[in-house]
Design a protein around this ligand. Structure first.
Ligand code: GLV
Length: 337
């Protein structure tokens, strides 16, 4: 009798959604949110055929060393900078992510965070809760308009486009910059105009970052980039923390060279640069842009579909819905042993 494939689930997710894994595999699930050490992950992956991981879990050469039977890594998240795709591809391991199912929810949040920063919502609530509201005054906590303003989107993938579509309802002018220009029909649908990077920064009233994190985008928004923004502009980041030089951002806020910022992601999260916590004109949220209940469940369900298919089971056996690379290890049904 052949042994069932073994899969590891690196963090506690929705048990009822994960239950489908148990129809095909022996499942080893982590019960508490855990910061796994690389050596511990390696020891686990050496026993596994597949794994379902989150952005908390870096998976690269160190983690997969000697993991002979490992064939698939399913990432719960659209961003996959936690995965070393070159190392996984070299080992023939199929990696997948969870695009599409989170697009609209993440765009909702990006838009809300941009509005919250522009209208100083967190600052106003802190002020109110701290008992400062003695009488209504005409000129307290004045913010910047969103309607009719210029929205600048850096990174015009699915989420960037969904934010642009929202902006049409607010009568905004939308500019974007992206590695490649979108087809004219998509630009027309999003009512978005392609501009160069410097022009995007110079014309932005509200700059929103939605680009993937890579060595090329590390600290792309640094002191020089921030200096190109208008002093009233807002910066919203729902991409990855490492894209922004947080010290340069704090300098800009402290010297009134930037209007406000909305941040959902941080370099080194969940640790925060202590200077950010001192800023008045920032809205800070703990990486929750895709965090509606329905969407988080849909993300886990898609990662489960990916893992089942990548390991050769289910209706899409051998053809996972959202692969990142092409794994070359055997994807036939059952175990390779
Ligand atoms: C969340 O940040 C994701 O990449 O899905």
């Amino acid at each position: 009798m052949s042994e069932r494939p073994r899969v590891w689930v690196s963090q506690p997710l929705f048990a009822d959604v994960l239950a489908r894994l148990g129809e095909h595999f022996e499942v080893e699930a982590t019960r508490e949110v855990t910061r796994h050490e690389p050596a511990a992950v390696n020891a686990i992956l050496r026993r596994m055929d597949g794994a379902l991981v989150t952005l908390n879990d870096p998976i690269g050469a160190e983690q997969i060393a000697g993991a002979q039977r490992l064939r698939a890594i399913a990432n719960v998240g659209v961003g996959y900078n936690n995965l070393d795709i070159a190392a996984l591809s070299a080992a023939g391991i199929l990696a997948s992510n969870t695009p599409d199912v989170l697009t609209e929810t993440t765009a909702d949040f990006g838009f809300a965070l941009m509005m919250a920063a522009a209208r100083r919502m967190s600052e106003a609530e802190r002020w109110l809760r701290d008992g400062h509201w003695q009488r209504w005054s005409f000129d307290s906590l004045l913010g910047a308009d969103v309607h009719g303003a210029t929205l600048a989107i850096l990174g015009m993938g699915r989420i960037g486009q969904a934010i642009a579509r929202r902006a049409t309802g607010f009568g905004m002018r939308t500019l974007y910059h992206n590695r490649s220009r979108l087809p004219a029909a998509v630009e027309a649908e999003c009512k978005a105009q392609y501009v160069g990077f410097d022009e995007l920064l110079a014309r932005a009233d509200h700059l929103v970052l939605v680009l993937p994190y890579s060595p090329q985008s590390h600290h792309l928004i640094d002191a020089a980039a921030l200096a190109k923004l208008q002093p009233h502009a807002t910066l919203t980041n729902i991409a990855r923390g490492g894209i922004v030089d947080e010290d340069a951002l704090c300098d800009a806020l402290e010297h009134d060279r930037l209007g406000a910022a909305g941040l959902d992601v941080y370099e080194g999260e969940p640790r925060l640069n202590p200077r950010l916590l001192q800023q008045r004109r920032v809205v800070l949220t703990p990486h929750i842009a895709s965090g509606s209940l329905a969407t988080r469940r849909a993300m886990v369900a898609l990662a489960v579909d990916n893992l089942i298919a990548a390991l050769g089971f289910g209706p899409r056996a051998g053809d996972p819905p959202s692969p990142i690379n092409g794994g070359t290890r055997d994807r036939g049904p059952g175990t390779r042993i």
